[in-house]
Design a protein around this ligand. Structure first.
Ligand SMILES: Nc1ncnc2c1ncn2[C@@H]1O[C@H](COP(=O)(O)OP(=O)(O)OP(=O)(O)O)[C@@H](O)[C@H]1O
Ligand SMILES: [Mg+2]
Length: 313
């Protein structure tokens, strides 16, 4: 069964078409990533799915409930960690979680127990009695994430959970998120980070200018740009421009030259044919090859091919 069904949803803010005919279905118990650059419409969609904003047209069902007709039922089964951590700086980590638990009508004892176990899970037990003000950015994101799953919601929404964190903070948060995945929570997360989408998500929707421009597993998305990437390097005293001129027409799209590592790469169709031809032409031009191979495209190359720009600036 699908946990979330989005059917032809559009939303506009004045002249800005934040969402244009978006349709998606998110299976129960899976992790689904909405991947897109700044202003793509990710937060707008999350707000609609979590009943904070009504769509102009189209329909959305979360856990079988229509978000416009049954917002209260929807709210009962979801959790949300918004794009900007909403924690109270004057309260300690423990007090923050206990307060949220009390808001959800847990008894004082249950609230204390739930806060304790979540702080443990988030690796924040040691900082439980410090005020939010003293928390680092990564700790704040973790605490906010903890607050979002205090009621063990069936469906959890995380809006850019790791944006702004350093690689270590990101890895720590991924650990927590993986724990939630094991518990069977359906997770919808947004990200501008391709590695994050690939690392955590079962399926990915690439969203740009309010439209879903591609959808599937990471492997399926990579297949979309067809075949493989051919990549070769020449020695550091070689002529990269000459190598490019000799081979550029063999690539299906624009080939990329990276002078720092003397490398040329690009998508190719008929892989063995292209490989042979590159070798033949470089040989003819008397350009030596330091290294040549075929590989699967990265998600970043998929993104670039589909949107014409990098995912993260
Ligand atoms: N309340 C609003 N009023 C006017 N315009 C809005 C409003 N909310 C969003 N927008 C516009 O809608 C578009 C989509 O915004 P949204 O916040 O959904 O993007 P996003 O994908 O979450 O971006 P980011 O990665 O920067 O968070 C943007 O052009 C934004 O300026
Ligand atoms: Mg956003």
């Amino acid at each position: 069964m699908d946990a979330i069904t989005v059917n032809n949803v559009s939303k506009r803010f004045g002249d800005v078409r934040a969402l244009r005919h978006v349709s998606l279905s998110i299976p129960e118990g899976k992790v689904y990533a909405l991947l897109g650059p700044n202003g793509a419409g990710k937060t707008t969609l999350i707000k609609i799915l979590t009943t904070l904003l009504a769509p102009d047209s189209g329909s959305v069902a979360v856990g079988g409930y229509d978000v416009v007709e049954n917002p209260r039922q929807v709210r009962r089964i979801i959790g949300l960690a918004g794009q900007f951590a909403a924690i109270d700086d004057h309260l300690t980590g423990r007090e923050n979680l206990e307060m949220v638990a009390r808001l959800y009508h847990l008894s004082r004892r249950q609230a204390r127990e739930r806060a304790r176990s979540i702080l443990e899970q988030l690796d924040l037990a040691g900082a439980a009695n410090r005020t939010g003000r003293t928390y680092s950015g990564g700790m704040r994101r973790r605490l906010d994430l903890g607050a979002s799953f205090i009621t063990s919601p069936r469906i959890l929404f995380l809006d850019e959970p790791t944006t702004g964190l350093d690689p270590r903070g990101r890895a720590e948060l991924w650990q927590v998120i993986r724990g939630l995945i094991l518990e069977g929570t359906t997770l919808q997360l947004t990200t501008q980070n391709l590695e994050e989408a690939e690392e955590l998500a079962d399926r990915i929707a690439i969203i740009d200018h309010g439209q879903v421009i591609a959808e599937g597993t990471a492997a399926e998305l990579k297949d979309r740009i067809g075949g493989s990437v051919l990549e070769f390097r020449i020695p550091s005293d070689g002529n990269l421009e000459k190598a490019m001129a000799a081979t550029s027409d063999l690539f299906t799209g624009q080939a990329e030259a990276d002078a720092a590592v003397m490398r040329i790469s690009g998508a190719v169709d008929s892989t063995s044919q292209a490989l042979k031809e590159v070798v033949r032409r470089l040989d003819r031009e008397q350009i030596r090859i330091a290294d040549i191979h075929l590989r699967r495209p990265t998600l970043n190359e998929v993104f670039l091919a589909l949107t014409g720009k990098e995912a993260e600036e």
